[in-house]
Write a protein that binds this ligand. Structure first.
Ligand code: UT7
Length: 339
């Protein structure tokens, strides 16, 4: 038994912010952002638009791509939920008219998509679910300080969704073995300190200091993260390939989380995947966390670069720290462009 990919969809909010736009209000430049990250523009939610809105739009497209099957479970991977409680997945399921299905959120930052695929595959393997709508959705720019030049240029908003059904190992679209890992000792490298149970009140109160304004926003220590990202993604992708019994030369596409074009190319080089088989779309969307890999798959498939029968390795790394990889052979899917 296996979880098999049977639908794919994505959504980007209409507002596009270029590097030049950012440079107008921030001490940065198009050249710095392009050279250091590969990012040229990102999409951002307009006021009033939330992660749930993006998830519904991407979910609807994935359901259409799958031919509107009966779904019994909805999982949303997000690190920028509409609110702390409740999870956004039940509301997304209701807005998609899926009825009283099982629905929950999963938080694993930029590795959320791979962790979510593994979770959905586990639900299907245990027969808790037959058909899962799994969405990676992020309005993460709402958690980034617009005045912080070390983070503001990096992130973008968007959502990507897949439909997974029960099937057989070896058929196109069957998710292969997974490699998942974490290192919580380095949690401080990428964190939003406030808003949870540790730093809980904006105004302080009995026994609590007031939370400083900056603590409501993302803090990132880029340099060491970069090194961890290259090391962990390489190691993890190699482990997934080994578990699957695939050689690197079997791989048609390396689909890595889009944190930084330089990271993606460095991992590809370590893996010995040639540049023409290394997928990159960060120039158009920035780092969209758990939406990054499905949006990249959507671009590749919609452009016809990713063809049925292609073998791909997916690998992600992010806050936690956390990382994960898996492999699959691309199935025959109808996919709409998000651009
Ligand atoms: O999603 C998964 C988790 N995220 C990651 O894995 C991100 C990993 N890290 C990175 O991608 C890179 O470290 C960054 C893109 C975040 C930063 O690139 P970098 O090459 O590591 O630059 P840096 O932080 O070492 O900064 C180099 C210089 C500094 O100036 P000095 O000290 O050399 O004078 C910064 O102050 O660039 C300066 N700088 C900027 N300059 C213009 C930092 N941000 C900017 C900016 N515009 N936006």
């Amino acid at each position: 038994m296996a979880a098999v990919l049977t639908g794919l969809g994505g959504y980007l909010p209409p507002k596009v912010v270029s590097n030049e736009d950012l440079s107008a209000t921030l001490d940065t430049s198009d050249e710095w952002i392009t050279v250091r990250t590969g990012i040229r523009q990102r999409h951002m939610v307009a006021d009033g638009m939330s992660t749930g809105d993006l998830a519904v739009a991407a979910g609807a497209r994935a359901l259409k791509s799958a031919g509107h099957p009966a779904v019994d479970t909805v999982v949303v991977a997000t690190t920028s939920p509409d609110r702390l409680c409740p999870a956004v997945a039940p509301e997304v399921a209701a807005r998609l008219d899926l009825g009283t299905v099982a629905a929950f959120d999963l938080t694993s930052a930029c590795s959320g998509f791979v962790y979510g695929l593994a979770t959905a595959a586990g639900l299907i393997a245990s027969e808790a679910a037959d058909t899962v709508l799994f969405i990676g959705a992020e309005a993460f720019t709402t958690l980034v300080n617009p005045a912080d030049r070390t983070t503001a240029p990096i992130f973008g908003d968007g959502a990507g969704a897949v439909v997974l059904r029960r099937g057989e190992q070896g058929e196109p679209g069957a998710l292969g073995p997974f490699d998942l890992g974490s290192d919580g000792a380095r949690a401080d490298l990428l964190a939003i300190p406030a808003g949870g149970s540790r730093q809980r009140s904006a105004n302080g109160g009995p026994g609590h200091d007031a939370v400083p304004h900056e603590d409501w926003y993302l803090r990132m220590v880029g340099r060491p993260l970069y090194q961890h990202a290259v090391e962990r993604m390489t190691q993890s992708a190699n482990t997934a390939l080994k578990k699957a019994g695939w050689a690197v030369t079997d791989v048609d596409w390396f689909v890595g989380h889009q944190a930084n074009a330089r990271i993606v190319h460095a991992v590809a080089e370590e893996l010995a995947v040639p540049e023409e088989r290394t997928a990159v779309n960060i120039d158009r969307v920035g780092n969209t966390l758990s939406a990054s890999i499905p949006l990249l798959l959507n671009d590749l498939a919609a452009e016809g670069a990713l063809m049925p029968g292609h073998r791909i390795v997916l690998s992600a790394f992010g806050a936690g720290l956390s990382w994960g990889s898996t492999v699959l052979t691309w199935p025959d899917l109808s996919v709409e462009s998000v651009h």
